[in-house]
Design a protein around this ligand. Structure first.
Ligand code: BJW
Ligand code: ZN
Length: 270
């Protein structure tokens, strides 16, 4: 039976130095110190809604104006945010790996673009990106950094606004596809939707071939990402978790570093 080593930086560094194909799965916790709210717990509310209840195709179908307001707010926060010490430590380590001929890939569940902003190049965005939109009809995907993305969303999205005082937003006022004129949506993977096939298989290949896996700032409850660490551990390869929580998500992981990852990761990768 494997026993988890707690905050053992020296034993972790021995393994890190020997590894040649490293993956890092990141979640909302890696961006928390950049001021991006996490999904679960007290930070996961926007107005009276749980963030996870708005991130569904059903919510968008029922009220696209409300869901676009929520995403307008998220885009505004993410576009203004700066990478923190955890993003920067990962990007620095990627550059070191490149020099040493090692493979290093960040697989992120985040949609905020902060790994790229920190300078990381080898990043797989599992759940899409706030920087992209997709047509609900012709499915064309494009980068769109306009903010607001359409006139009606100007001055909307305030999380503390009282909805009783806000006029509802009609569907035909929302952003439209330049090709076919139909409604655009955020290019984000919502609950119950499949991840993009090529993105998922790229991530799965790395999960099957890596010799070290870091799990950073994720509650490890949303699949398929939640299974990645477990799959690596079942193959007998080391897994190291970095989380505010004191306890590991899985007792089959080898290392657990508790505390803000803006503090723990720079030590572990330094
Ligand atoms: C810190 C910190 C600091 C804080 N330092 N740490 C198998 C079994 C059961 C269910 C399923 C299954 N397969 C699929 C499902 C259904 C579903 C699912 O997993 N549900 C579970 C809830 C049970 N999965 C899906 O629907 C996926 N699709 C799919 O698999 O398709 C096939 C299929 C469909 C249906 C049935 C079966 C198969 C799609 C998932 C898409 C997830 N989308 C979201 C919303 C994106 C939209 C957006 O961003 O606007 O992605 S949900 C939300 O959760 C978001 C996140 O990426 C994701 C993960 O959350 P994360 O990152 O872990 O955040 P938190 O808040 O949960 O945790 C933060 C952590 O950080 C905490 O642990 C803190 O302690 C820590 N922390 N500060 C270090 N400073
Ligand atoms: Zn279109």
């Amino acid at each position: 039976m494997n026993s988890v080593k707690f905050n053992d930086y020296s034993a972790f560094k021995d393994i890190l130095n020997k590894s040649k194909n490293i993956i890092v799965l990141t979640g909302a916790g890696v961006s928390a110190e950049s001021g991006i709210p996490i999904f679960r717990g007290s930070g996961g509310l926007w107005r009276k809604y749980k963030a996870t209840s708005l991130a569904t195709p059903e919510a968008f179908h029922a009220n696209p104006g409300l869901v676009w307001e929520f995403y307008h707010y998220r885009r505004t926060v993410a576009f203004a945010a700066s990478p923190n010490k955890a993003h920067l430590a990962l990007a620095r380590y990627e550059a070191e790996c490149k020099k040493l001929g090692k493979q290093f890939t960040i697989i992120t569940q985040n949609v905020d673009g902060l790994h790229h902003k920190a300078g990381a190049e080898n990043v797989i965005e599992l759940h899409g990106s706030l920087r992209k939109v997709r047509c609900t009809s012709c499915k064309k995907v494009e980068v769109n950094l306009d903010n607001p993305i359409c006139e009606i969303l100007k001055n909307r999205g305030d999380p503390s606004a009282d909805e009783k005082n806000l006029p509802p937003i009609a569907k035909d006022e929302l952003p439209k596809c330049k090709e076919c004129g139909k409604l655009l949506r955020p290019h984000i993977v919502w609950f119950g939707e499949n991840l993009e096939g090529h993105v998922l298989s790229q991530a799965q290949n790395l999960v099957e071939s890596c010799d070290l896996c870091l799990i950073v700032g994720t509650s490890s409850i949303v699949y398929p990402a939640a299974a990645f660490g477990q799959i690596v551990a079942e193959r007998g390869q080391p897994v190291a978790e970095f989380n505010l929580n004191e306890e590991p998500a899985q007792d089959m992981f080898n290392f657990h570093f508790s505390g803000p990852c803006g503090t723990t990761l720079p030590i572990a990768l330094g």
